[in-house]
Design a protein around this ligand. Structure first.
Ligand code: PEP
Length: 258
């Protein structure tokens, strides 16, 4: 049996009760027969609303962050156990916007992944280089350093995470990594995971960075691209459904198991 693709939408700090209602209803209706997994990562205040709206559909619920702490005096934080109470199955950790605007370090991201896993939430761990780092020829070094921290802390259950390669220069810019550029980094990450686990093939490696209806199919056709993390295009049902259709149609890599 082959591994299904995984498409995750990152709404970022967007949405309203009214807009979410229309979006989730359209996605639930449009994903009845798809052959891939679909997650919507919504702002924390909307988890309860989306949990109800998605009920009975194939959609899975995700958060955009999780506290590294389990509970206690951490004003403003949301714990993994709280997320689980709302049916959250996935949490993005280490998104470049959190690394950049909230000072999240490789070590913190690795610990957040550990906390999520400990509470039955699958972390979608984001890694990726800035434009300056790519231009300096440091892409491989940067993503491997970010990944190494996560492997170091989560070694024994590393095959249970999801990884999203998101070149920072491609996020929200309309500038996408070419399928070849993305595949090159995904292959590196797969190799790094294979050195840490016998089950590296099980890990979903998502591409993120201006994925849209027009470029999704060629990115998803790459052998090590197992899905997408989609920002802007996940807010428009027709666009997101076209990406989902591309993932659904794209042949899973041979020999991989779900
Ligand atoms: C993201 O926020 O993770 C992302 C990939 O955004 P966009 O698709 O808008 O580039």
């Amino acid at each position: 049996m082959s591994k299904k693709k995984l498409i995750a939408g990152n709404w970022k700090m967007n949405g309203s009760l009214e807009a979410n209602d229309a979006l989730v209803r359209a996605l639930a209706a449009g994903t009845k027969d798809v052959a891939c997994d679909v997650v919507v990562c919504v702002p924390a205040p909307y988890l309860a609303q989306v949990q109800m709206l998605k009920s009975g559909s194939r959609l899975e619920l995700g958060a955009q962050d999780v506290s590294v702490h389990s509970n206690g005096a951490y004003t403003g934080e949301v714990s993994a156990a709280m997320l689980r109470e709302f049916g959250v199955r996935y949490a993005i950790v280490g998104h470049s916007e959190r690394r950049q605007y909230h000072g999240e370090t490789d070590a913190l991201v690795a610990e957040k992944a550990r906390t999520a896993l400990a509470h039955g939430v699958t972390p979608i761990v984001c890694v990726g280089e800035t434009l300056a780092e790519r231009e300096a020829g440091q892409t491989g070094e940067v993503v491997k350093r970010q990944m190494a921290a996560v492997i170091h802390v989560n070694g024994h259950c590393i095959s249970e995470i999801v990884v999203a390669y998101e070149p920072v220069w491609a996020i929200g810019t309309g500038q996408t990594a070419s399928p070849e550029q993305a595949q090159q980094v995904h292959a590196l990450l797969r190799q790094q995971l294979a050195a840490a686990t016998a089950h590296a093939e099980r890990v979903h490696l998502l591409y993120g960075g201006s994925m849209n209806a027009a470029n999704a199919a060629s990115l998803l056709a790459q052998p090590d691209i197992d899905g997408g993390l989609v920002g802007g295009a996940s807010l428009k049902a027709p666009d997101f459904l076209q990406i989902i259709a591309a993932a659904s149609a794209s042949a899973p890599a041979a020999g991989r198991t779900n």
